[in-house]
Ligand binder design. Structure first.
Ligand SMILES: Nc1ncnc2c1ncn2[C@@H]1O[C@H](COP(=O)(O)OP(=O)(O)OP(=O)(O)O)[C@@H](O)[C@H]1O
Length: 300
């Protein structure tokens, strides 16, 4: 009976996966129970396959947008659709996989690496959660792809920060999500691990998935993001990296002083103007943009 049910749901999944998947967040507003509005009227469209960087200061609303895409918070207004499906339907189809920030996980919980990665398969199992041969193979393959196959029986709390991240990536791989959300995958990892994770994300894009990555590592964005979404209480700009990851837009999202560092690679400087605004100036003296006191851009 269980096998039969599993077979039916597997058929349903394969029948409904579109060849091109899109993610559409439309005018999403999220308020937490304490009344704090973390996102207001946020819209983002991603036509996969793609790698999109989600950028913004601490508290800008990046994790909240992830939670809305995963169905962990219900928007007070607006909606998220994946391949035309609601978030609840996409969850049933196992489309959305999530790699959390290390800080979000209770590492004292006594589970092995195998158990954590197997969680990615729960959506494919019946109520008894007895792994099939396919589930075990997906777990093994996920761990192999992130180079953690040698740690399968280790308690998750006994791993380094970078190793924990790789295990959660393996969980997302085992889940075979069409949309993969990564919350700061490069925080606290060494350069080699960062390069390995980037290479893996490129592979996942080549497999047709949508990858949405929140990161504070702005320097790496032009190298590995096709698109960028800037978040500041809403999505203030989104689109191809070359058009959105510009000094003026970075200054808009990160504020004047942070933008000086963030946009250092683009050789810009910020210069106060007489009327209380700030000029964004290129190395050759061209004025690239002008920031209003509250950080909103205006044409020079
Ligand atoms: N459960 C909650 N209840 C109330 N407010 C919350 C809750 N979670 C987050 N917030 C607030 O919502 C805002 C957005 O938080 P969010 O975690 O989405 O930011 P973020 O961009 O992911 O930040 P970071 O870069 O620090 O991870 C912040 O002001 C935060 O304090």
């Amino acid at each position: 009976m269980g096998e039969k049910l599993l077979g039916q749901s597997a058929r349903r999944r394969s029948a409904t996966i579109p060849t091109r998947l899109d993610l559409r967040a439309s005018n999403v507003t999220v308020a937490y129970p304490n009344g704090h509005v973390a996102l207001r009227d946020a819209s983002l469209t991603l036509d996969g396959p793609t790698i999109c960087g989600l950028l913004g200061v601490n508290g800008a609303g990046k994790s909240t947008l992830f939670k809305a895409i995963m169905g962990m918070v219900r928007p007070a207004a607006g909606e998220v659709r994946l391949g035309g499906h609601t978030v609840a339907e996409a969850q049933r189809l196992n489309w959305v996989a999530y790699v959390p920030q290390n800080e979000e996980v209770d590492w004292s919980f006594p589970v092995s690496v195998r158990d954590v990665v197997m969680m990615g398969r729960y959506g494919y199992m019946n109520g008894l959660r007895i792994p099939s041969a396919a589930d075990r193979a997906a777990v093994e393959q996920g761990l192999r792809r992130v180079g953690m196959q040698g740690f399968v029986d280790r308690q998750i709390g006994q791993l380094s920060g970078g190793q924990k991240k790789r295990v959660f990536l393996a969980r997302a791989l085992a889940q075979d999500g069409r949309v993969i959300l990564l919350d700061e995958p490069f925080g606290g990892v060494d350069v080699t691990t960062q390069e390995q994770i980037m290479a893996l994300l490129r592979e996942l894009r080549a497999e047709g998935r949508i990858i949405l990555v929140s990161t504070h590592d702005l320097a790496s964005v032009p190298e590995f993001c096709d698109q960028v979404a800037l978040v500041k209480g809403t999505v203030i700009a989104a689109g191809p990296t070359e058009t959105v990851f510009t000094p003026t837009q970075i200054a808009r999202a990160f504020g004047a002083s942070a933008a000086q560092q963030a946009a250092g690679q683009a050789s810009v400087s910020l210069r106060p103007d007489g009327d209380g605004t700030t000029l964004v100036v290129a190395a050759d003296g061209r004025v690239l943009g002008r920031l209003e006191p509250q950080g909103m851009p205006r044409q020079p």
